[in-house]
Design a protein around this ligand. Structure first.
Ligand code: SAM
Length: 276
């Protein structure tokens, strides 16, 4: 018998894919976790019924959340990731030779241990790199206790439900600003411009209130709702649109051309940025 999994992406629309095997399902202290092996996207991490990442398309999200800010910062030595327990973002961060320390702050230890077991291709062994430290705690609390500490902070969070709700608030962005060094940069994944318009309007206004420079950029990610995904960058000094020199990186989506073009926004997305 064929087995199909549907993520209900909105109240009226779902994405459905055929499942070869259910590798794991469990209830952690924070969320319902499943690893499915699908015919279209390979192995997939699902939290609370929402696809987080898949072996086939993870590179797009992880390269874009990482390399845009790390190419914008002239010397990113200390990088913090909030969330990101699958390890895909850390795998991209350690491609940058200047990075001497990468800290992953994940609230749910079981995401890390289960992904290590079932999805080793996503972290690619990066969590064992000597430059990497993994801390299991709430990112909201962690940023409050670190002042002027990091060059880059990446908010690789789940959707704004459960423990991630606070990761989209003005107070959190202010704490991130304070946890960054004077030339610091942050990027947060900020959902779909089609389906999360209110969220994007309010998050953009919050980041603009805190950071002197705020820009949105986009990427095409097949398994995320609508396929069009947004990231919002806040910077104290460095402008991602003025990067002159790019390092050579081993990537499959990100490139200097994609870096520049990802900031070119369709009219309806610009309007969201303007709060319309
Ligand atoms: N790429 C993904 C996406 O956009 O769907 C995000 C993937 S990553 C698995 C998200 C992680 O954020 C989850 O493992 C979740 O446990 C973690 N998380 C949620 N709220 C958190 C918080 N307050 N502090 C730290 N980690 C958090």
């Amino acid at each position: 018998m064929e087995l199909w999994y549907t993520e209900k992406q909105t109240q009226h629309l779902g994405i459905t894919c055929q499942v070869k095997e259910t590798l794991c399902t469990k209830m952690t202290a924070f969320q319902e976790l499943a690893i499915l092996d699908t015919l279209q996207f390979g192995k997939m991490l699902v939290l609370d019924g929402m696809v987080q990442t898949t072996v086939e398309d993870e590179f797009i999200y992880h390269e874009m959340i990482t390399h845009v800010p790390l190419a914008t910062h002239p010397n990113p030595q200390k990088v913090l990731v909030i969330g990101g327990g699958d390890g895909g973002t850390i795998k991209q961060i350690i491609k940058h030779r200047e990075v001497s320390r990468a800290v992953l702050v994940e609230i749910d230890e079981e995401v890390v241990t289960t992904c290590r077991e079932h999805l080793p291709e996503i972290s690619g062994g990066s969590l064992d790199d000597p430059r990497v430290e993994v801390i299991f705690t709430d990112g909201l609390e962690f940023v409050k206790t670190n002042k002027s500490e990091f060059d880059v902070i990446l908010v690789d969070s789940t959707e704004p439900v459960g423990p991630a709700v606070g990761l989209f608030t003005q107070e959190f962005y202010q704490n991130i600003f304070d946890a960054l060094k004077p030339e610091g940069i942050m990027v947060a994944q900020t959902e779909s411009p089609f389906y999360n318009r209110d969220l994007i309007r309010s998050v953009t206004q919050r980041i603009k209130k805190v950071f002197p420079l705020a820009h949105m950029y986009l990427a095409s990610i097949p398994t995320y709702p609508s396929g069009l995904w947004s990231f919002t960058l806040g910077s104290k000094v460095h402008d991602p649109l003025k990067v002159q020199e790019f390092k050579s990186l081993d990537t499959r989506y990100y490139s200097p051309e994609i870096h520049r073009s990802s900031f070119v926004l369709p009219g309806f997305v610009k309007e969201l940025m303007e709060g319309k």
